[in-house]
Design a binder for this molecule. Sequence first.
Ligand SMILES: Cc1ncc(C[n+]2csc(CCOP(=O)(O)OP(=O)(O)O)c2C)c(N)n1
Length: 558
Amino acid sequence: MISTTKSGVRIFTEIMVQQGVRHVVCSPGSRNAPLVIAFDNHPDIKTYVVHDERSAAFFALGMAQALNEPVAVACTSGSALANYYPAVAEAYYQCIPLVVLSADRPQHLINQGDGQTIMQANLFGSHVHAYYSVDEDPKDIDLVKSGITAVLEQCNGPWKGPVHFNFPLEEPLYLTDEFGFEPFSAHKNETQKVAIDLDEDLISKWNDASKKMILVGQLPVDNRLSTILADISADPSVAILCETTSNIYHQRFNQCIDRSLTAIQRDKQSDFAPDLLITIGGAVVSKRIKQFLRDNKPMEYWRIGYDFPEMDTYFCKTKQLGMESETFLKMLKENSADMPRSNFGSRWKQIDYTNQEKLNTYKKTAHFSDFIATDIVLDSIPDPAYVHLANSTPIRYAQLFDGVKGLNYLSNRGTSGIDGSSSTAVGFSMIKKDELNVLITGDVSFFYDSNALWNAYLGSNLKIVLINNSGGGIFRIIDGPAQSQQLETYFEAFHSHSAEYICKAFGLNYYSAASAEETEQRVIELLSDHSAPGLLEIITPREVNALVLNEFFNLLKK
Ligand SMILES: Cc1ncc(C[n+]2csc(CCOP(=O)(O)OP(=O)(O)O)c2C)c(N)n1
């Protein structure tokens, strides 16, 4: 096989393949030529080319989500690597296995006036699970092999996340030769997951608690988990609270936390406060539930999972159980007593039913706005499909409407940045190329990450719904900026740009709408257009949006 003459790069490539990394997103440069040459020639590696490193890293993150396996990104030296930072942070907090590969100048050329040179060693600090510098021609090959293997295992272990390999490389960079690869000795370690039994103390606490709450954060679709939770929720003393991005469904689950919490009067809060709280899954979108549980701390709070063992979101954790959610919930179910202790779960569900009715009534009269546009769009997406919710109001509005089984909702809630939602959706949709992928985004997020469209991987299965409210509409909703003199200039940052010519530049079919009727019609046209990727720009009245939302919240409070 032809490959680079840099033996360190060749050894790395083989171990990477052995460890199950088969996809590498490369960004053009010269210093990373040995990496690109090794990957391009390797029969088990598929490479992709994305110029903008910030976009490339989010693109790879979306691919890793879709493939449910680690994906690598490889860039040249200097600021190229710094552009990976937002996606690395997102991967860290969302527990996504991203393998960052950077070419570097050799040590003696760092800080000596050479171009494209910054201090790359350990650039991502504690936002990566491990850092390793790979020698271009290592002397102690066994040591290097085990070092690389150990780092890759950290990327894809029980607690997944990004890792960084830096490659200081001397010129010449483009030399190749024919190499016969020896059968490789390092073997892929299967993840060691320790099955722990629930001790008697936990079981009796569970069975004795009369107000039990299971709060489910962000999860990929997992029907088995959904079924176990449904079984557990047959006990009326258990409330299961989840969000759109939890991707679990049952009529007994309370899916719209913010909607429910808005309807709970202050003096009734204690009726809805759990005495035992269990959390599973990743990030929780609702700020209200965080406040509610911090104000009404349960006696017991068990956090399930391997990730972030120090995390105590509700400031009352009594137990961290390092195990799979499914294993834990199964044991809980098997050990649950038959006698229901209260109707706590039904009480939560009752508010949900009442609110659903209020929502249906309100929708008929509400002014056209972000609220109505989001509802129409979400309602029009046929299942199955992947729905990518950009940060800011798209992810928040989506929490107010009941999710649809068959749709898989995703969002970059690791850091909640507005800088990579589109690139993530594009990377994801390239892998899931036979399925519909709909990105719902605000205008600021869209223009910010418009380089997401600057690559050769946009498919006709990618549909973007851009809700253009001429700026950061969220700042008209949240207390603080909404009342500030600086709102329009500094927070909302009003603008009047349109995406039409961006679509022309990158080959997307463009649609626009500015009323409920137009939105209903155009969204169908967008979703049924199989000829090319497409974008629907919905223009909403920026000064009305917040009023419509507040009116809805006021109705819930009545
Ligand atoms: C990288 C990054 N920069 C800044 C922010 C702060 N921020 C949060 S929402 C927002 C405005 C987003 O506007 P848009 O995408 O149009 O959505 P809308 O609020 O209108 O729904 C900003 C600037 C952020 N979350 N991430």
